[in-house]
Design a protein around this ligand. Sequence first.
Ligand SMILES: [Zn+2]
Ligand SMILES: [Zn+2]
Length: 277
Amino acid sequence: MPSKRPAPEPPEPLSPLVDAHTHLDACGATDAESVAAMVDRAAAVGVGRVVTIADDLDAARFAVRAAHWDQRVYAAVALHPTRANALDDAAKRELERLAADPRVVAVGETGLDYYWPGKLDGCAGIEDQIEGFRWHIELAKSLGKPLMIHNREADHDLLAVLLDEGAPDTVIFHCFSSDANMAQACVAEGYVLSFSGTVSFKNAHELREAAKLVPDEQILVETDAPFLTPHPFRGAPNEPYCLPYTVRALAELRDQDPAELAKITTANAMRVYGMYF
Ligand SMILES: [Zn+2]
Ligand SMILES: [Zn+2]
């Protein structure tokens, strides 16, 4: 969450880039003006498009509004796995309505989070999470939109539910945080892996190995702002304009030219989200 560390300096521009997963509302945007200001800061360093993600109903309503206020913003809507216990009939009807909006380019973030149950008050239990995940998979399939996965310590069950339910054509693992084995399993299924600032953390050895083996056609980049600020600003508030730091760290890891990786990930984002420029 927002901390006392000062905001990172703007990076050297790197263009073109798409922030494949961010939370503009949690970064502090509240209206058309503050959304535009945040995207202006991102665009100034080459991040020309952002996908803002919902984790609850309020955030879903906001994400869709933001995507209509500003054509550089796209939305994804869902109830986060830790909130799957709030997925009653009224919530389902509203999510169905919101997800059908043409500015919504994915259903998410959904998936499984086995870290928080038992630690966080009111957190959905595993049964509710699996049921909610299945519902969101069906929603993505019925709309023909990508599924945006949140996975925390649930590698095995995630793959099992996707296989059992039948995965949508496009599945994106946001903030991929697993090891090389899981990356290989996802790549083999044709899933897309999105990397956040955590790949820049030097102690994330397994994740950094995983990031090396993802083919160019299956990789995206994201901030997941305001969380997960890249090295060397760990703990400072994150925003979409910080994305070039992560892309440069990822490019170094993959032995790629950062400008080339920017082009590759942007082409992937346009393809999987069906964005137009
Ligand atoms: Zn997440
Ligand atoms: Zn997120």
